[in-house]
Design a protein around this ligand. Structure first.
Ligand SMILES: NC(=O)c1ccc[n+]([C@@H]2O[C@H](COP(=O)([O-])OP(=O)(O)OC[C@H]3O[C@@H](n4cnc5c(N)ncnc54)[C@H](O)[C@@H]3O)[C@@H](O)[C@H]2O)c1
Length: 260
C-alpha cells in the first residue's frame, strides 16, 4: 500500500524526546526518511534509530545542541549534502522549560531558554528553507508551539515569551516562503501527559490531577495526538494551510479568553 509520505525526508530537533519520538515513528510509518538530532550520544539514540529503520525507512541521528545556531546550520547542510538529500519536512521541536518567578529568573537562564526554544527553531527552519529554495523544491515546516504562546503562565516567563515569538516567526516564514510553496504551520498543544508537562507532573505531587480537573474536556493529550497533528500538516493533501495554528488544548484557552 502506498504510504502518505513516501519520498519525503523529515528533519526534526529534540527527536529523542517524548513528542519527538512519537512524531518520528508516525512519519516513518508513513514512509518518510527521518533525520533527527538531540543532545544525547549516538549510542543512546541507537534503539530509537533501530525502531525507525524497522519501518523500512532510512534514519540518521546526529548529536546537535540547537542553542548553537551555527552548529544547527552546519547540521542541516551536512544532511542536505548527504545521501538522504535536502529535508522536505522540517519540525523544530527541541525545547526546555524553566519554572521560576520572573523576579528570580537570571539573565543566563532567560538567554539559554530563548536560544534553544526560539533561536534554535529559527536556525533549523531558516537553514532548511534555504536549501529547499535553492533547489526550487516545495516543503513543509511545522513548529511545535504551545498554548503558552498566547496565554501567560505563572513562573514560565521565558517559555511563554519564546513560544509567543515562535508563533510570529511561524507567521513571518509562512508569508515569506509562500512564493516558494513552502507551507509553514504550528501545532500548539496544551497539557500533554508526556515530555515537559510529564516531567513537571512527576516533580509536583497532585499537579497532574489538578491539570486534568482544569481542562474543560477533563483529560490530557498524548504525544501521539501531537504527532497526528504534525502528520496532518505534512500530508500532501493538506495543501491550503499556511500560517495556521492547530490549537489542541482541550479547551483551556476558552477559559482564559486567550486566542492563538
Ligand atoms: N509536553 C507538553 O505538555 C508540551 C506542551 C506544549 C508544547 N510542548 C512542546 O513539545 C516539544 C517537545 O517537548 P516534549 O514535551 O516532548 O519534551 P521532551 O523533554 O520529552 O523533549 C524535548 C527534547 O528536546 C531536547 N533538547 C533540549 N535542549 C536541547 C538542545 N539545547 N539541543 C537539542 N535538543 C535539546 C531534549 O533532550 C529532549 O529530548 C517542545 O517544543 C515543547 O515546548 C510540549
Amino acid at each position: 500500500m502506498a504510504r502518505l509520505l513516501h519520498g519525503q525526508h523529515l528533519i526534526i530537533s529534540g527527536g529523542l524526546g517524548d513528542i519527538g519520538r512519537a512524531v518520528t515513528l508516525l512519519l516513518a510509518a508513513q514512509g518518510a526518511a527521518v533525520t533527527l538530532s538531540d543532545l544525547r550520544s549516538q549510542a543512546e539514540a541507537e534503539p530509537h534509530v533501530a525502531a525507525l529503520r524497522a519501518q523500512h525507512v532510512a534514519a540518521r541521528y546526529d548529536q546537535v545542541d540547537v542553542s548553537d545556531a551555527e552548529a544547527v546550520q552546519r547540521w542541516v547542510n551536512a544532511v542536505a549534502d548527504g545521501p538522504l538529500g535536502a529535508p522536505s519536512l522540517v519540525v523544530p521541536n527541541a525545547a526546555v522549560v524553566t519554572v521560576q518567578p520572573v523576579l528570580e529568573l537570571s539573565l543566563d537562564r532567560w538567554s539559554r531558554e530563548l536560544s534553544i526554544n526560539l533561536t534554535g527553531a529559527f536556525a533549523l527552519a531558516q537553514a532548511a528553507a534555504h536549501r529547499l529554495v535553492q533547489m526550487r523544491r516545495s516543503g513543509r515546516i511545522v513548529f511545535i508551539g504551545s498554548w503558552a504562546g498566547h496565554r501567560p503562565h505563572q513562573s514560565l516567563a521565558a517559555y511563554c515569551v519564546a513560544k509567543a515569538g515562535l508563533r510570529m516567526l511561524m507567521r513571518q516564514l509562512a508569508l515569506e516562503l509562500a512564493d516558494h510553496d513552502i507551507l509553514v504551520n504550528e501545532v500548539a498543544p496544551g497539557y500533554v501527559d508526556a515530555g515537559l508537562s510529564g516531567q513537571l507532573f512527576a516533580r509536583n505531587h497532585g499537579a497532574r490531577d489538578r491539570s486534568i480537573a482544569q481542562v474543560p474536556v477533563h483529560r490530557l493529550s498524548e504525544a501521539a495526538d501531537v504527532a497526528r497533528e504534525v502528520l496532518h500538516f505534512c500530508d500532501p493533501a493538506t495543501r491550503y494551510h499556511t500560517g495556521a495554528v492547530s490549537l489542541m488544548d482541550g479547551g483551556l484557552s476558552l477559559l482564559s479568553g486567550a486566542k492563538p
